[in-house]
Design a protein around this ligand. Structure first.
Ligand code: LRH
Ligand code: MN
Length: 424
């Protein structure tokens, strides 16, 4: 299904008057409104290829219908999102869930929807049908060198797919770890993992990056061999300049101060990118900003502060990706909400009066500092995000138009109710 631009134009025409009123008010409230709108237009968030179908848990999965049956249909669905918000201009593939059979054709199809390929993800947390060795006791950490080599070869294979697609980064998330005390020699597991990552690193093209994604627990429940930001930083430092850490918001222990971790990894010049989602308990992979919107704002507040301190390009210098799973929502509606929440948090962070905040901090005026931050968080910047969409040729209200056009109903009519897409 393709959304023609005239349908977006007539949707916007109906909302334009109300939008212009809100924009005029917001622009009168927010000093840097114009530069914020421009930054929002440039800001693109990659959509995970593994989150275009209905997710589930071990207790059940309730398919919603019309799910993409192939990589081609997944690219069409991301194309739909990008047509609606012009902020989802990249897709992040997971191998082998989405092996491009004909990379040239896949690349051409993506270009048709104005989509690029962001980081490619390897998968050594599941055993594939014709696999020689099992990853039951880990992959890069495994005590068995042949199993480590199998995992290394897979990652190098994934890099090859990425090169063909024009991607320039590899995300390595390892489910490796242990479930019981005594099961694992932590020192050997670390050294095996580092040695294996070095072999993968050596296969990276000159202009590529490798993101080492950490996670506190699941599927191992006693230790994870890349269990937190410190371990990921330790590997990234030892690997070299092309290695960075990746922050998945759901991969922290309860009450972790993620915005402080982000600030530190930025200062260490080892923050590579994000997997945005939200959670209340574990790695719940919920809609970004749906449970802890203030935390998402505080993370972007540290990102703007830290990136400007290093003169970084907000849109290009970090990997902005979503990693979510949809158990009860329409996957495309969920992703539209996540992109919107991320854009809002970014816009609020850009509206913070940095000079006044620094002054308050230098005067230990704790109350004033909080007032400045919360004033930004409490400022309704939705009109700025909508204006950025309007200028980019997208819909003023993507979710409303998605429903007006009965996109899900059309996809079900086209693909059927029982289709299942590869992924989580
Ligand atoms: C692990 C993770 C990782 C992906 C997977 C789909 O929890 O966040 O980024 O490989 O989800
Ligand atoms: Mn992730």
């Amino acid at each position: 299904m393709v959304i023609e631009s005239y349908k977006i134009a007539s949707h916007n025409d109906a909302l334009l008057k109300a939008h212009e009123n809100k924009l005029a008010y917001t622009t009168s409230e927010v000093a840097a409104a114009e530069s914020i709108i421009q930054k929002l237009v440039d800001f693109q968030i990659a959509i995970p290829s593994w989150a275009l179908g209905t997710g589930g848990t071990r207790f059940g999965r309730f398919a919603g219908g019309g799910e993409p049956r192939s990589l081609e249909e997944k690219i069409e669905d991301v194309g739909l999102l990008h047509a609606l918000n012009k902020a989802s201009g990249a897709i992040s593939l997971h191998i082998p869930w989405d092996i491009p059979s004909d990379a040239k054709a896949i690349r051409a199809l993506a270009a048709q929807f104005d989509l690029k390929f962001d980081a490619v993800n390897s998968n050594t947390f599941q055993d594939q049908p014709n696999q020689a060795y099992t990853y039951k006791f880990g992959s890069l950490q495994n005590v068995n060198k042949a199993i480590r080599q199998q995992a290394i070869d897979h990652n190098i294979e994934v890099i090859k797919h990425g090169i063909e697609l024009g991607s320039d980064s590899l995300t390595v998330w390892l489910s490796d770890g242990s479930c019981f005390p005594g099961q694992l020699n932590f020192r050997k597991a670390y050294q095996n993992t580092l040695e294996s990552l070095h072999e993968i690193y050596a296969a990276l093209p000159e202009d590529w990056k490798v993101f080492v994604e950490y996670k506190a627990f699941e599927p191992n429940f006693y230790s994870m061999t890349v269990g937190d930001w410190g371990q990921s930083l330790s590997y990234a430092r030892k690997l070299g300049d092309k290695a960075y850490t990746l922050v998945d918001l759901g991969h922290h222990l309860p009450n972790a101060n993620i915005e402080q971790i982000v600030s530190l990894l930025l200062m260490e010049e080892k923050l590579g990118g994000f997997h945005f989602n939200d959670s209340k308990y574990g790695d719940d992979d919920l809609t970004a900003g749906s449970v802890k919107p203030y935390q998402l704002f505080l993370i972007f507040n540290e990102l703007v502060e830290g990136m400007d301190a290093r003169g970084m390009n907000h849109a290009k210098d970090l990997g902005w990706m979503i990693d979510a799973s949809h158990n009860v929502k329409d996957p495309l509606e969920d992703l539209l909400q996540s992109v919107d929440a991320i854009m809002l948090a970014y816009a609020q962070a850009l509206s913070v009066d940095r000079k006044a905040l620094e002054e308050a901090q230098d005067n230990n005026d704790v109350v004033k500092a909080q007032e400045i931050l919360q004033n930004a968080f409490r400022t309704d910047v939705r009109a700025l995000v909508a204006e950025a969409r309007l200028r980019a040729g997208a819909a003023l209200n993507p979710l409303a138009l998605y429903r007006e056009l009965k996109v899900r109903e059309n996809l079900i009519a086209e693909r059927g109710l029982k289709t299942v897409s590869t992924g989580l």
